[in-house]
Design a protein around this ligand. Structure first.
Ligand SMILES: NC(=O)c1ccc[n+]([C@@H]2O[C@H](COP(=O)([O-])OP(=O)(O)OC[C@H]3O[C@@H](n4cnc5c(N)ncnc54)[C@H](OP(=O)(O)O)[C@@H]3O)[C@@H](O)[C@H]2O)c1
Length: 328
């Protein structure tokens, strides 16, 4: 099957500037953490990438360790890129990250320069790319000076292997310091990737203020709490869902206690004429400091459903109060 992208792919997606920078990201971006690995059905991943691009999703997020096995999501993505997207590289923003365990020994994880730069080389090889658009430090390293990790990110850009750099999972104070160091080095921080959803709200305390002050964009991951904030688990744990898979990161024990709130949120979403997934994404996007929501998906239908969020992003004051009450 030869893939020809839809000619209307830029007609309805919304693109937001990343903090104060010129780079724009689609309001909905697609991450390949689950469902694109060696254990998954390759053609399903391929179809999802086609659909995403047809809907204007120009940003695809990866990391060295996505799979399982680690590295296989980048390998599969590399194959799909070569097969279907080689003519469209300049229309895509592809990110990868280094931080979690990739190989044995003292240089296979965290934030030292040796690991970060070797990992980027490996990611580029797996994806068959000359450069990534955004390269992230995936998590802060308590045992490496921040300067060292930031110098590695700066080096990635100077060597032409990345266009921009970002940080992920860094708390507010470290983000401020990382931003200062990166500015000094001459490679300012483009974006932060934190976990943020109706269920996980730590970014609201300080991080979003720091990002605004520093002009850094924000692309929250797991905005659907890995599928909890959808109608998927209302009647138990369906076969094939993330919580049912042995390699899925969503634990069964996280699902059951959340269901009471999910049911109430689902009712409100229905009153708004939206799916719960759409309401959960719109809720994250209501803060203008959010550049894009970084979703995952296991089917083309989920991508369609999530992109339709953009048709109703508004909340009334009453709805917002009710959501706070439900979330307790
Ligand atoms: N920086 C980091 O440390 C970090 C950590 C985690 C993730 N990420 C990034 O963020 C991306 C997204 O994370 P995530 O996959 O946890 O995001 P998510 O959007 O919260 O969860 C995605 C899952 O929700 C379900 N889903 C999505 N849309 C749905 C819909 N419309 N209706 C019903 N169910 C729906 C699917 O579950 P089923 O598979 O069960 O169908 C899907 O796999 C990752 O791919 C990765 O790129 C980054």
């Amino acid at each position: 099957m030869q893939y020809l992208p839809s000619e209307s792919r830029y007609d309805s997606m919304q693109y937001n500037r990343c903090g104060k920078w010129g780079l724009k990201l689609p309001a909905v971006s697609l991450g390949l953490w689950h469902n694109f690995g060696g254990v998954d059905f390759f053609e399903n991943g391929r179809k999802m990438l086609h659909r995403a691009f047809d809907l204007g999703i120009t940003h695809i997020d990866l990391a060295n360790n996505y799979g399982p096995p680690p590295g296989s999501a980048e390998e599969n993505f590399g194959k799909i890129l070569k097969q279907d997207f080689s003519a469209y590289r300049d229309e895509l923003i592809i990110s990868s990250k280094a931080g979690y365990l990739m190989w044995p020994g003292p240089y296979g994880e965290w934030g030292c320069r040796k690991y970060v730069l070797a990992s980027l080389d490996q990611s580029l090889k797996r994806m068959g790319l000359d450069y990534v658009d955004i390269f992230y430090s995936h998590r802060p390293d308590p045992n490496t000076p921040l300067e060292e990790t930031m110098m590695a990110l700066d080096q990635a850009v100077r060597s032409g292997k990345a266009l921009y750099v970002g940080i992920s999972n860094y708390p507010a104070d470290m983000t401020k310091e990382a931003s200062r160091i990166l500015k000094e080095l001459g490679t300012p921080c483009l974006i932060h990737q934190p976990k943020y959803s109706m269920f996980v709200r730590w970014v609201e305390d300080e991080l979003l203020d720091v990002l605004e002050e520093e002009g850094i964009g924000c692309i929250p991951f797991s905005p659907l709490a890995q599928g909890l904030l959808t109608d998927k688990y209302l009647n138990g744990i369906p076969e094939g869902s993330r919580a049912a898979k042995s390699w899925g990161f969503l634990q069964e024990s996280e699902v059951v206690p959340a269901i009471g709130k999910v049911q109430k949120l689902n009712e409100l979403a229905q009153q708004r004429g939206q799916s719960l997934a759409q309401m959960a994404l719109a809720w994250v996007l209501k803060d203008k400091r959010i550049t894009s929501v970084l979703i995952g998906a296991s089917s083309v239908q989920q991508i369609d459903n999530n992109v339709e969020t953009l048709k109703n992003l508004d909340f009334s004051e009453e709805e917002l109060i009710l959501i706070e009450k439900i979330l307790g």
